[in-house]
Ligand binder design. Sequence first.
Ligand code: MTE
Ligand code: MO
Length: 379
Amino acid sequence: MNSILSRRHLLSTSMAALALSQLSHRAFGFADPAGDEELVPFLDAQPDMKGKAIQWDQLKDWLTPTGQIFAVSHYGAAQVPLESWKLEFTGLFEKPLSLTLANLKARPTKEITATIECSGNGASANFMGAVANAKWAGVPLAPLLKEAGIKSAAVELAFWAADKGKEKIKNNEVEQNFARTLSIADATRDDILLCHTLNGQPLPQSHGAPVRLIVPGYYGIAWVKWLTRIEARERRLMNRFTARDYVTLRGEKQGEQVVWKESSVGPMNPKSIVARVVKRKDGTLVISGAAWSQESIKSVELQIDNRPWVTVDLTPNDQPHTWTFFHHEWKSPAPGQHTLVSRAIDSQGRVQPSPEDPAIKLKKTYYEANQQVQRNIRV
Ligand SMILES: Nc1nc2c(c(=O)[nH]1)N[C@H]1C(S)=C(S)[C@@H](COP(=O)(O)O)O[C@H]1N2
Ligand SMILES: [Mo]
């Protein structure tokens, strides 16, 4: 191929990618009500989530500022001494590694923008803002695993953390450290990071300093904070966080029968929410929100009152594991009360279910509450 042509092609495609990613950083459709615009309050406004969380009606930033990122810890935030911290590789490795923070930071760094959502988000009215979209930077895990050499007998990797607590198991009470597992196929993906930097700053203690795991597309439970050890295992780890808690009980219809299945929380389900409604002077309502899933979002649909679903506009987004902002202009809404419901459809065709869908109706446990959310307004 002509080298000038190919260079120009490369240049123009990388410039297009740059323009696209800059576009997606802009809060298209999330304008502050200024001048001739006013914010339309929701009649169903939820009480603010305690602590840090997304306040939906104030959503403007595609990248969530660190101060607004929710934090979840089951045993309290671990205090990890940086000087003595080591990441140990144990179990079924050919050449187990042991890395200090300096060893790790000396390795090439990669930055990934990804959305993290707690799998409990949306399960109750006062837990609605446990989702965030941020820039995570750190050391890709795959090359380290290659260097350490996973033995063929290994079936999965366990990621152990510094935080610990007492757990009651049958008739025993034992102390356990937090741990979660990933399949070898997932752990060797090229976008799994040992993250030490969040939004360009050192990872804060509350978010897992000095090092946490980044698992784009997975619910937050997989994103192990205060990481200390990676274990290659011959048998599945069945602890609180892989097998007892973070388990979804769901019924599946098989003909006339309902088969009840328990599964460990894993990749994120498609989800969206109408976040803001702004009224222009000419009466047009601009309805905006966010949508996300384990894959990129293909489309978002909106149902106003009980009318047919309409496809809304998406802010261009070339990053597969990030939320996508949407907006829709509703010209001349009739005065009175209205309902707004959005549904996300991802690139694999997964559709966000209604609260009446068997996927939600037959879900008996708290996690993975990705049902459509109805917002109510009056104009
Ligand atoms: N070591 C450790 N890692 C953890 C947890 C924990 O309790 N301990 N909580 C998990 C859960 S349930 C979620 S939702 C995310 C939250 O990450 P954040 O606190 O940075 O938002 O961390 C995950 N990683
Ligand atoms: Mo979570």
